[in-house]
Write a protein that binds this ligand. Sequence first.
Ligand code: PLP
Length: 304
Amino acid sequence: MSSDFSFGSAYMKGRYMPVSEAAIPVLDAAYRRSDVTYDVVGVRDGAFFRLDDHINRFRASLTRLRMTPVETDDDIRVILNRIVALSGLRNAYVSMECLRGAPPPGKTRHPSNCESYLCCIAIPWVSVASDEMFRRGMHLIIPKVRRIPPDSFDPTVKNFLWGDFTQSLFEAEDAGADYAVLLDAEGNVTEGAGFNVMCIVDGTVVSPAHGALEGVTRASVFELCEELGIPTEIRDISADELRNADEIFTCTTAGGIMPASRIDGRILTNDAPGPISSQLRERFWSRRAEGWHATPVDYSVVAG
Ligand code: PLP
């Protein structure tokens, strides 16, 4: 076994290994059926951001999908700390994942016959937006593809069923845009490929009430709005309301707050990140630098 953790590290079934050695069997329903749930927590400057919020959301997803890995929440905390420490990374993308497992030979493929298990990885920080997108603002479209209905799969359970998102990325590329914001069957805004959507209408920061992951970054935005005295609302947003919003931004762990400057070709805020979105983004990173919701990584667990 190699001991090169410089590209990241992984944990699986009680073992720690370089991420390049972590592999899943082709008969695992995680691969064959995308039967997986996961959560991603960021590490910046050697500290996790809102670690407990991510573990709590992960546990809720596990319960919802009837997955029962052997590790407790405390075990998960120890594992995540250890994989980051092994990698030595100060800025990392840390994912806790639960795979359904493969049905044992001779049994049917029913998911209750499988033993679910954890796979956790820590890899160098990944951002969904490039430096150029941050500078000029994100170019968005509203694609033809609609979000999988919440009655078919609950979007508050973080999952790998990305068929709709993947199609939206190609639609965005074909339109010369960066990303797409998907609507639900009723024509209301949901979310995009790995991010929540927020818009600013008459000074109020608004985000969809239904059809999206309850994002940890979005919750942080609401806290920042409260600190700054900016009103907020969670309610339905129609496609036209989004297109005509004063400002739009998206938000996610892997990128923070990402202001948009165009939607369906309409130019917002002089084709640049809007003032309230930019204020929130600056505040987000300055609060993070102060240690807001931070849990320092204990790198000494692998010292010596
Ligand atoms: N929506 C989806 C579909 C996501 O995959 C993500 C994160 O990856 C988000 C929203 C944002 O959630 P968070 O801020 O907790 O990272």
